[in-house]
Design a protein around this ligand. Structure first.
Ligand SMILES: [Cu+2]
Length: 102
């Protein structure tokens, strides 16, 4: 009987952890060359809680993957401003694994 109750509990904990993993896409204005891409890459590679960074000059986008609630949207926007660019749009994409569970 106890085992039956524990399984759903673990499932809930498991998905609660996944729910905090997310992808954030930021449209960035002012990216013009490979040095811009490099500069944005370095900005986010050193940021805590960012597990993956992908900067696309073609799309003028920065894509970040985080494993927790931080960094906040505000912090991301400020980091882009500090690097000398303008964030124009921020899109938060929930982890694909979450969508499958719904
Ligand atoms: Cu440049």
């Amino acid at each position: 009987m106890k085992k039956v109750l524990l399984l759903p509990l673990f499932t809930v904990i498991f998905f609660a952890q996944l729910a905090s993993a997310k992808t954030i896409e930021v449209d960035v204005h002012g990216m013009t060359c490979a040095l811009c891409v490099d500069s944005l890459n370095r900005t986010f590679e050193k940021m805590a809680d960012v597990s993956k960074v992908k900067v696309s000059m073609k799309m003028k986008k920065v894509r970040l993957e985080t494993e927790s609630e931080s960094p906040t949207i505000e912090k991301i926007k400020q980091a882009i401003l500090d690097a000398g660019f303008t964030p124009t749009k921020v899109t938060v994409i929930a982890d694909a694994r979450i969508k499958e569970s719904n």
